[in-house]
Design a protein. Structure first.
Length: 420
């Protein structure tokens, strides 16, 4: 029978095989044990004090100064975890990490979801493999606000690579997806909240990569009914030919949905919850998402492929939730999945994002994602990679069969970390 400590040693030997030095891998093992042990703070000093072999100076050097590359470690974590999670989707999201002062890498006064207001924080974009029963982060990108792109002093002090500048969060998400694709991983479907789904460029980027999605949008996103057709006025023969246009203005999706009437919605159960089945009422409509940016993207794509555009906006599915006790629809999603995708499947995918919040709670409250006190770009990425590794190890233990064999570690202990 393997002890939890032995299981962790085998995990570290595999996941950190790319780290060249044996003593560095040993520090990785020590750091992961520190993250998983009980204790309110998971910064280096208190972890070193709790560990029998903890050495604060060695751990500081390993995380903040050591040149080991975190990317191969994250790749190996993905290679282990994707088959085990068996994801139904990948979820894109971002997490805010409150900070004091101005010198922690990429910190700025910006919206902080952890506090529900604008505050001093770092923001990281993450991609997770998710199913109804398990999930795991696969990739991270630290968001660098514009002020950091223009501040050579802070960039130098925090060791931000020269090629890293300000890049919008939706672009960072696509960058992460592209890197994962380079490792041989593609999402079965991608899900995201309205911070990403609202963005026509993000949806277009997924379309261009051939990635199916179910992404949340706000109620004010506009669309035409699917059967609306653009038309062009008769040409007089002088000047440019008139462009085909939709003669009626697009409507907010809230108006399109409410216009169907409550009776058009169907009750769907998508999973079991702690208080019983999770169910609500839903409707799927075929629409043509509108707006200036959506129109320009459609025109550019059609012109590039056919040399001209007929004015027709691409179709999508609008998924709407109208709970039985609500006076109006409450939630909206857009999807590019094939027409005819079952309503229950659309709902299940739209709702599967709850796993990301589960990950963030464990990463932050249990494993100290937001407890890192270093300031450098290198240190931040090392810490996040180590936290991801700890999360992956615990997820493996939860997924392992109950029978205790050399190939199937036991999960009888719900908190294997405490014996590490």
């Amino acid at each position: 029978m393997f002890s939890a400590r032995a299981k962790l040693a085998l995990f570290v030997a595999d996941v950190f095989a790319s780290v060249p030095r044996k003593d560095q891998r040993a520090k990785g093992d020590c750091y992961l044990r520190g993250l998983m042990l009980d204790g309110r703070r998971k910064s280096i000093q208190p972890m070193a004090e709790r560990l029998p072999d903890g050495n604060e100076q060695n751990l500081q050097q390993f995380v903040n100064q050591s040149p080991w590359d975190p990317v191969p470690v994250r790749r190996r974590i993905a290679e282990r975890m994707v088959p085990q999670v068996g994801p139904d989707a990948w979820a894109v999201d971002d997490v805010s990490l409150p900070k004091d002062g101005k010198m922690s890498v990429a910190v700025a006064r910006q919206y902080c979801g952890a506090l529900g207001k604008r505050a001093n924080c770092q923001v990281a974009v993450s991609v997770h493999a998710v199913s109804d029963t398990a999930s795991c982060p696969l990739q991270w990108r630290l968001f660098a606000p514009q002020e950091w792109a223009d501040d050579p002093v802070r960039r130098r002090k925090t060791q931000i690579p020269q090629e890293v500048g300000h890049r919008e969060k939706w672009r960072l998400a696509l960058d992460s997806i592209d890197e994962l694709a380079g490792w041989g991983f593609l999402p079965p479907v991608l899900v995201a909240d309205a911070g990403y789904g609202q963005n026509a460029d993000f949806r277009d980027g997924l379309d261009g990569r051939g990635i199916g999605y179910v992404v949340a949008v706000r109620s004010d996103v506009t669309a035409h009914p699917h059967d609306a057709q653009p038309s062009a006025p008769a040409w007089s023969g002088n000047g440019r030919k008139p462009q085909p246009l939709y003669r009626d203005k697009p409507s907010p999706v809230a108006v399109l949905a409410a216009g169907q009437g409550r009776q058009a919605f169907t009750e769907v159960t998508w999973r079991g919850g702690s208080r019983g089945p999770m169910r609500s009422r839903f409707l799927a409509l075929r629409v043509r998402p509108a707006g200036v940016r959506a129109r320009r993207l459609a025109q550019a794509a059609a012109t590039a492929e056919h040399g001209q555009w007929d004015g027709v906006l691409p179709e999508a599915t609008l998924l709407v939730e109208w709970p039985a006790d609500a006076e109006a629809p409450t939630d909206y999603w857009l999807s590019n999945l094939p027409d005819g995708t079952p309503l229950a499947e659309l709902v299940r995918l739209a709702k599967i994002r709850w796993r990301v919040e589960h990950d963030y709670r464990e990463l932050k409250h249990g494993l100290g994602l937001d407890h890192f006190e270093g300031r450098s770009w290198t240190g931040w990425h090392h810490h996040v990679t180590l936290v991801t590794a700890a999360h992956a190890f615990l997820t493996e233990q939860r997924l392992a069969p109950k029978a205790d064999t050399p190939d199937s570690p036991s999960t009888r202990s719900s908190t294997p970390s405490r014996t590490c």
